[in-house]
Design a protein around this ligand. Sequence first.
Ligand code: FE2
Ligand code: FE2
Length: 468
Amino acid sequence: MPAIDYSQKIPNNVDLKSDKKLQRALEEWQPNFVEWWCSTGPTDFNANEVYLRTAVGVDRDGWAQFGYVKMPDYRWGIFLEPQQEGRKIGFGDHYGEAAWQEVPGEYRNWLRRLIVTQADTEPASVEQQRLLGHTAPSLYDMRNLFQVNVEEGRHLWAMVYVLQRYFGRDGREEAEELLQRRSGNPDHPRILGTFNEPCEDWLSFLCFTMFTDRDGKYQLLSLAESGFDPLARTCRFMLTEEAHHMFVGQTGVGRVIERTCQLMKAGKDVVKEGAVPLEIIQKYISFWLASSTDLFGSEISSNSANFFRSGLKGRAFEDKYDEHLALNQAYAIDLPEGGKLVRKEVEMRNAMNEVLRDAYLEDNQKGIDYWNRICEKHGIEFRFRMPHRRFHRKIGVYADACYDIDGNPLDAAKFEARAGDWLPTAQDKAYVKSLMKGVREKGKIASWIAPPAKGIDDKGWDWEYVKL
Ligand SMILES: [Fe+2]
Ligand SMILES: [Fe+2]
């Protein structure tokens, strides 16, 4: 595995220069990518220097280097984790066979679909977040937004490399399409629902990085197990970048809670002080969590069985399991039947989406517990909660009926009557939006969020992370 070669037009550690045809194809795609970035990426800040990290190596420590960069000059590149000698397929019907270094012909279409679906989320999130730079609550937060944005751009590169290198002409066409679809465009939308939701205020952004990027983490964990080795290796490196995105969400929402709790403890009026009431924060959490829960797909899914059986997409941390075939096992699930829920057993392989969703929800609970400790620390009684996994779903077996926040079935009229208790109302959204005024002075921060405990790269939080 060569080190990352930054002398090339496209930085890479895959020895791109030895494959002239591929290099040319990617170099042709590169200006289209930059054009996409400049026309649908962050508005108006492309001429400013931002203190960003760039990958310098793919090993565990010290892979990042920090420095001021104008975003369009960011060195997007292709970084894969090193190939492990003799790696075997870790699950499914091909368990124990040598991992594939080329696309297995019989699974070509499924594999392409998996890669394109993951790839599509990366530029989508950049599009969703494009206006947020203007309303950043501090320079620190603005920098984090842009870091997330450039890394999602790099994730697109990661996936486009796999498409172009391994899927020939189809791959090149898919790579072009990835720059054509647009988040929220009714005629040519992004593939998955959550990635077409508007993300226009910072509370939404922080919930998005907490919950939607965490969906990304679990998708990447399951693809990092793939028997198709190049996909596994690219996903493993993406995961190291992803961790920062969830940090932004977890600590960001935590800082909104912190600010509100401080005001409550001091006996101040939260709204008068321009902070966000805890009840509204909870509603944003419930909305984004439910929407992101949908991203795992249907509870019972023959696709998920096929992806597992074929060795393309495993379970998160497949190593933790005692066996890797998932045969002759059942998964118990409460299915709606005539307005009631009836517990049924389904074949484990058909429930792989649900298995991944379980791991995801468990991980979310840890984040919620962390937020509740902030309330506790301030002696505030309010406790945050996860909505039940059946709540407000648009995909899967629970999508056709309504469920309350605890997962109990209720009819549509009753749901509508109570929706404002559980989800942000137009009024809540208008209030949150009214708080969104950019703060661009060093050492200043918006009224609705507390400063972070520390800055980036051992700098203070009040450092000049963006030169305006
Ligand atoms: Fe990503
Ligand atoms: Fe991300």
